[in-house]
Design a protein around this ligand. Structure first.
Ligand SMILES: *Cc1c(COP(=O)(O)O)cnc(C)c1O
Length: 355
């Protein structure tokens, strides 16, 4: 039996996706060759890249004013590429600091210019999303993190801005319906809702590029990858192909509306139990709770040993909290079935009945 995989990332993928990826490793596109031993310029792989780019736009409702790219270096390289490409020499960008990843993004941006912190929840161990700030016209861009994977908070709305809006969506991309056209650039490491580590999805409006006045090394210049259609150099073929399988799977399930429906149901089921069960409490502010990563603690740490044994016995993996929050974190990405959350809730109820 497959485990109930609540891992924060890399994380669960749909069984159909795993099966399709395994089969392409053996024999890709009936070529009697493995996906990982052919040229990325082969027409069968070029078709994969083209379909992955097109499906990304289709699922997010993005038009021809956006370019989709599959890059390498993880979301972490985007922390550097964003200011490199978008911040003017001696310029200034706005950031909100809502968690560990946002903090890292700020550190990189500071290497290129000035950073205005428009809001932060660092004094409260990032347990809420700052609101009520305004994004000034004088900024080169504004950067935010839609979902804070470690602290379990999620932005439910985004500020209106007249400067380019850039969002790190690594841990909730494709999880809900949003007006994605409000963003000028979206990026996400593949390994949380899309595929194996190795590819980073970028959707960018080319119209915001080319204004920094800097010389940018080719590999770090978005324009290079736009011109090369994500094939400037060898792309991470396995990650891109597996991501395509997930994109197809999401479309078959009914697209982002269907993803959101199941994700909302899973989150409601677990948060209701966290709030109801007298042995547990949640760490994130109610209105900012993430539908993807739910962080919770035991009221009494002395129950940890029994609880840990119970969930392991139930086939659950990956719910230990990040060291900066402690306790538990249940990550409920798209491919996690509702039944897995049901199993976790039953374990929590069993603990309550017997303690
Ligand atoms: C995981 C994560 C990252 C880091 O991604 P890498 O691909 O490992 O660099 C960045 N931002 C967020 C929000 C994340 O969840």
């Amino acid at each position: 039996m497959r485990k109930h995989n609540f891992s924060a990332g890399p994380c669960i993928l749909a069984p159909e996706v795993i099966a399709g990826a395994a089969s392409a490793i053996q024999n890709f596109a009936d070529m009697d060759l493995s996906l990982i031993e052919i040229s990325h310029r082969d027409k069968n792989f070029v078709a994969v890249m083209d379909e992955a780019m097109a499906l990304t736009k289709e699922l997010m409702g993005l038009g021809d004013d956006y370019q989709v790219l599959f890059l390498q270096g993880g979301a972490s390289l985007q922390f550097c590429m964003v200011p490199y490409n978008l911040m003017k020499a001696g310029g200034k960008a706005g950031y909100t600091v809502t968690g560990t990843w946002a903090k890292k993004a700020v550190e990189e941006a500071k290497l290129f210019g000035n950073v205005d912190i428009l809001g932060t929840s660092s004094d409260a161990n990032f347990n809420f999303i700052p609101k009520g700030y305004s994004v000034g016209h004088d900024l080169d861009y504004f950067h935010c993190t839609s979902n804070n994977t470690i602290f379990g908070t999620q932005m439910k709305a985004f500020p209106t801005c007249e400067v380019p809006l850039v969002c790190d969506m690594s841990s909730d991309i494709f999880s809900r319906q949003l007006d994605f056209t409000q963003f000028d650039m979206i990026y996400a490491g593949a390994q949380k809702n899309l595929g194996p580590a190795g590819a980073t999805l970028v959707a960018v409006k080319p119209s915001i590029l080319g204004k920094s006045g800097r010389s940018i090394p080719s590999m770090l210049d978005y324009q290079t990858h736009i011109d090369g259609e994500s094939m400037f150099n060898t792309p991470p073929v396995f990650s891109v192909y597996t991501s395509l399988l997930t994109l197809r799977w999401m479309k078959e399930q009914g697209g982002l509306a269907a993803m959101e429906k199941v994700n909302t149901a899973k989150a409601a089921l677990l948060y209701n139990e966290i709030d109801r069960n007298r042995l547990f409490y949640g760490t994130a502010a109610g209105e900012d709770r993430s539908d993807m990563n739910a962080c919770f603690l035991l009221q009494d740490e002395s129950h940890a040993e029994v609880f840990n044994a119970l969930w392991k016995e139930a086939g659950i993996v990956g719910i230990h909290g990040h060291r900066s929050v402690g306790g538990y974190r249940a990550s409920m990405y798209n491919a996690l079935p509702l039944e897995s959350v049901q199993v976790l809730v039953e374990v929590m109820q069993h603990l309550e009945k017997t303690h």
